[in-house]
Design a protein around this ligand. Structure first.
Ligand SMILES: Nc1ncnc2c1ncn2[C@@H]1O[C@H](COP(=O)(O)OP(=O)(O)OP(=O)(O)O)[C@@H](O)[C@H]1O
Length: 276
């Protein structure tokens, strides 16, 4: 199957900016619980899978919500395709831990649901149908279009959620622990599917996870978040070829480095490249 043609960029933006999303010196605090993260800067390039990894409560989900335009930073800027972000961008999509399918819509209509969102580029019914079919086929659900959410396993429901995001042909997919509620075998299948499908769709991904192995299996870059308030402690650029299970020594070496950085807590912040 061919990847869909990307939509034209919105007026006023660079035709092919290398950076899809750029954040500079972001800080955020909840009124009730105080500072969550401070002075966070990062960039996500086209077609890059970036994993935001860190322990529970370090602020990963909150940072994702700010980068996605769901929350507003106390300080700093977020730019999406070069433009300041003031609300969720129509060329981004979100996948969460729960698939959140609408029980009264079948698989096809759930997967096409995001195409009707406000600010989405208008497409006609035939194009919409083709896109949804293509997205469902990409996640392995061709032939299940008429099934109801109640008839799906957890993994299948998450495939529909992924198809719903892909059908919008996002430049950037925000995924917040999308596989953490799945069993180990389904999780491994979904991790492989994510890498395959986003590469074919030419989308970038920001994946929040606390699972070191998940980050190593899917990421082009891992950002380790730690501290209070949270900040990016350390970063790794990965060049281990996919599928990474075929390179156990490199995977184990990286896992040890990450574990050690996590334990150290105050590890150096300079980016650190690992050998392939
Ligand atoms: N709506 C909220 N109001 C107040 N405090 C919040 C809210 N959401 C999160 N927090 C607090 O902000 C901090 C960061 O939470 P966040 O969910 O971003 O962390 P996380 O790294 O994603 O954690 P986990 O991996 O456990 O999901 C935590 O101390 C949490 O209690």
């Amino acid at each position: 199957m061919n990847a869909p043609q990307p939509l034209a960029p919105p007026p006023g933006t660079d035709a092919a900016p290398e950076t899809v999303l750029g954040a500079e010196r972001l800080s955020f605090a909840y009124a009730r619980s105080g500072p969550v993260f401070a002075d966070v800067s990062l960039g996500i390039r086209r077609r890059e899978i970036v994993c935001l990894l860190g322990g529970s409560g370090c602020g990963k989900s909150t940072l994702l919500r700010v980068l996605a335009g769901l929350e507003t930073a106390a300080a700093g800027t977020v730019r999406f395709l070069g433009q300041p972000l003031t609300r969720p961008h129509p060329r981004s999509a979100l996948v969460f831990q729960q698939a959140s399918l609408l029980p009264w819509l079948n698989v096809f209509d759930n997967a096409g649901f995001g195409l009707g969102f406000k600010h989405q580029p208008a497409i006609d019914a035939a194009a919409r149908k083709a896109r949804v079919r293509e997205a469902l086929a990409a996640v392995g659900l061709a032939g299940r279009e008429h099934a109801w959410p109640a008839e799906l396993s957890g993994g299948q429901a998450q495939r529909v959620a992924l198809a719903r995001a892909l059908a919008r042909e996002p430049e950037l997919l925000f995924a917040d622990e999308p596989f953490s509620a799945l069993d180990a075998i389904t999780r491994a299948e979904m991790q492989a599917l994510l890498v395959d499908v986003v590469h074919r769709w030419q989308a970038a991904v920001l994946l929040v996870t606390h699972d070191i192995d998940e980050a190593i299996l899917v990421a082009d870059r891992i950002l380790l978040m730690a501290g209070k308030p949270g900040h990016i402690h350390r970063a790794w650029t990965l060049s281990i070829p996919h599928p990474r299970e075929d390179h156990p020594e490199a995977v184990t070496a990286l896992r040890l480095q990450i574990l050690s950085a996590l334990r150290a807590g105050n590890a150096a912040t300079a980016p650190h490249a690992i050998p392939s």
